[in-house]
Design a protein around this ligand. Sequence first.
Ligand SMILES: Cc1cc2nc3c(=O)[nH]c(=O)nc-3n(C[C@H](O)[C@H](O)[C@H](O)COP(=O)(O)O)c2cc1C
Length: 161
Amino acid sequence: MKISVIYGTDTGTTRTVAKTIARKLPKASLRHITDASREDFESSEFLILGSPTYCLGELPDDWTKALPLLSAVDMTAKRVALFGTGDQLNYPDSFVDAMGILYDAVTAHGADVTGPTEAIGYQFNKSEALRNGKFVGLALDLDNQANKTEARIESWIQQII
Ligand SMILES: Cc1cc2nc3c(=O)[nH]c(=O)nc-3n(C[C@H](O)[C@H](O)[C@H](O)COP(=O)(O)O)c2cc1C
């Protein structure tokens, strides 16, 4: 199965996480979203997409620009897993919202999203990344809970493989 880890980042945190995730998956390829082509999406059976949240609940610009590319890809035969980085202390009303935006974008095109996680161990008020009380993917907060990141990634990887 071809696995691609594709991420956006403004200041590098999500790149670090994406690298860690890719290292744990045999033969996964790693791409920044601005370097990802339609072929990268189409040839992958399992897409792992990651994004930080900016501007009170928005995708960063690199992901926003790539949304038309996502829309052009038939996702019906694909598995997708999502991860998001955010800051629950300073942005408690839009914590990891971008992961919810990506969820809506890929499910609108038929993707089967795997890897939901419990919203336990975080402190926030609102998140667009919640569906039925769970995060749609892996929520990470390296600004405030860096020490929980490795264990969260490890247990999520076990879940999605
Ligand atoms: C101006 C600004 C706005 C932010 N807005 C949010 C937000 O709405 N929700 C959230 O969870 N985190 C927010 N964050 C935190 C970032 O998502 C977080 O620091 C993330 O780890 C950055 O990832 P990157 O280094 O890959 O860009 C914001 C950070 C900044 C500087």
